[in-house]
Design a protein around this ligand. Structure first.
Ligand code: ATP
Ligand code: MG
Ligand code: FE
Length: 356
C-alpha cells in the first residue's frame, strides 16, 4: 500500500509518499519539507496569515516533488492522508483541500489525520515499536504525555495548562534578546552558563496529576532579568542554563510519574516498556539526557526518532493514514472540515463531522 501524505498545520509545508509492506513494515519513499522559518523569524513567531499564503504557494510543487522522488504517479497511490487539525486554520484548509482534490480526481480514499496522531505513531514507522507505549510530545504548540494503546486509541495523561515547552523557550529567548526560534539559541547560550546561579520555579513538581505548566518559568526569567538591568553575555548564559535546569528537573518529576504509572498499569507486560519523544524540543541535548537517564532508572527503552521525523513532516501523516487503513478504520468523507482544535482522544468523525 502506498499513500500520499500532506502536512500544513503550522509553519512547515510538507508532502511525502510512504509505503506499508505486507509484513507491516513502513518505508518512506519520499519526504519533502519546506520550512517557513525565514518568513516568520523577523516577527519572532509564526504569523498565521503569512503561513497560510506560503502553504498555498508551496504545496502543489511539493506534492509533485514527493511523487517524483518516490517514482510514483498519482494513479499509483492507494490513498491520500492530509492533516485536518489541530493547528492554524488557514494552513489546515490549504492542506486538507488539496488532499480532497487529489482524492476526488484519483477516486482514492481520503484520511483526515490528526497531527498529534502523526507524532504518536512515528516510532512505529522508524522503529516498528509495538503497542502500548508512552509518547512525550514537546513542540512549539504542544506539550503532552500520551498513552498510545493502539491505532486510534490514545489517552492523554498530561498536558500543559498554559505555555507549550517550545513556546517557553521561544518567549524566554525573546526576553533575553536571543534570535527566533528560541530553543536552539537558549541551548547554545546555556552551554557557557552557570545552572545554579538562579533558582527558577519548577511548576507542579510533586503533584500527582501529570500536567505541565511553563508560563511561571518565563515570568521568573523576566523578573531575574529586570533585577539585573542590562544583561551581559554571562548573565544571559547563566539565565539560560538555570532555565534549562529548571525544565529538566520539572520533566524528571512529571515524566518520572508517568513512567511509574505506565509500569503499574502494564505490570504483567513482558516486553520492555518504551518512551518515545517527538517535537522540536526533543533536539535539546540536556532534555534528551534527562529523559534518557529517567528511562534507564525506570527500565524503559528510550526511543528518539531522527530529528527530521520528530519535527513536523508529512511522512508521519502518511504513515498515520496507512496505520488507519491497516487497522481497517474508515476513510473520511470529502466534506470533512478542518479543525483548529482537535483533541487526540476524539475521532475525526465525532469532532470533524459535528459542523461548526
Ligand atoms: P507543532 O507544535 O504544531 O508541532 P511547531 O512548529 O511549533 O509545531 P516543532 O517544529 O516541532 O513545533 O518545534 C519547534 C519548537 O521547538 C520551537 O518552539 C523551538 O524553539 C523548539 N526547539 C527547537 N530546537 C530546540 C532546542 N535545541 N532546544 C529547545 N527547544 C528547541
Ligand atoms: Mg514547526
Ligand atoms: Fe507537530
Amino acid at each position: 500500500l502506498r499513500i500520499l501524505g500532506i502536512e500544513t498545520s503550522c509553519d512547515e509545508t510538507a508532502a511525502a509518499v510512504v509505503c506499508r509492506h505486507e509484513d507491516g513494515r513502513g518505508e518512506t519513499l519520499s519526504d519533502v519539507v519546506l520550512s517557513q522559518l525565514d518568513e516568520h523569524s523577523a516577527y519572532g513567531g509564526v504569523v498565521p496569515e503569512i503561513a497560510a499564503r506560503a502553504h498555498v504557494e508551496a504545496l502543489d510543487g511539493l506534492v509533485e516533488e514527493a511523487l517524483v522522488q518516490a517514482k510514483v504517479s498519482l494513479s499509483e497511490i492507494d490513498a491520500v492522508a492530509a492533516t485536518a487539525g489541530p493547528g492554524l486554520i488557514g494552513g489546515l484548509i490549504v492542506g486538507l483541500m488539496t488532499g480532497k482534490a487529489i482524492a476526488r480526481v484519483t477516486g482514492k480514499p481520503l484520511f483526515a489525520i490528526n497531527h498529534l496522531e502523526g507524532h504518536a505513531l512515528t516510532a512505529r514507522l522508524t522503529d516498528g515499536l509495538a503497542f502500548p507505549y508512552l509518547m512525550l510530545l514537546v513542540s512549539g504548540g504542544h506539550t503532552q504525555l500520551v498513552l498510545v494503546r493502539g491505532v486510534g486509541e490514545y489517552e492523554r495523561w498530561g498536558t500543559t495548562i498554559d505555555d507549550a515547552l517550545g513556546e517557553a523557550f521561544d518567549k524566554t529567548a525573546k526576553l533575553l534578546g536571543l534570535p527566533y526560534p528560541g530553543g536552539p539559541a537558549v541551548e547554545r547560550a546555556a552551554q557557557e552558563g552557570d545552572p545554579d546561579r538562579f533558582t527558577l520555579p519548577r511548576p507542579l513538581v510533586g503533584e500527582a496529576r501529570l500536567d505541565f505548566s511553563f508560563s511561571g518559568l518565563k515570568t521568573a526569567v523576566r523578573q531575574a532579568a529586570t533585577a539585573i538591568g542590562p544583561l551581559s553575555d554571562k548573565d544571559v548564559a547563566d539565565i539560560c542554563a538555570s532555565f534549562q535546569k529548571a525544565i529538566s528537573r520539572t520533566l524528571q518529576d512529571r515524566i518520572g510519574r508517568g513512567l511509574a504509572r505506565f509500569r503499574a498499569q502494564y505490570a504483567d507486560n513482558r516486553v520492555q516498556p518504551a518512551l518515545v519523544v517527538a517535537g522540536g524540543v526533543a533536539a535539546n541535548q540536556e532534555i534528551r539526557r534527562t529523559l534518557q537517564a529517567l528511562c534507564l532508572e525506570y527500565g524503559f527503552r528510550f526511543v528518539a526518532p531522527p530529528m527530521r521525523l520528530c519535527t513536523d513532516n508529512a511522512a508521519m501523516i502518511a504513515w498515520a493514514g496507512l496505520e488507519r487503513m491497516a487497522a481497517e478504520l474508515p476513510s473520511d468523507p470529502l466534506d470533512i472540515q478542518p479543525r483548529s482544535r482537535w483533541p487526540l482522544d476524539m475521532s475525526a468523525q465525532t469532532v470533524l463531522g459535528s459542523g461548526k
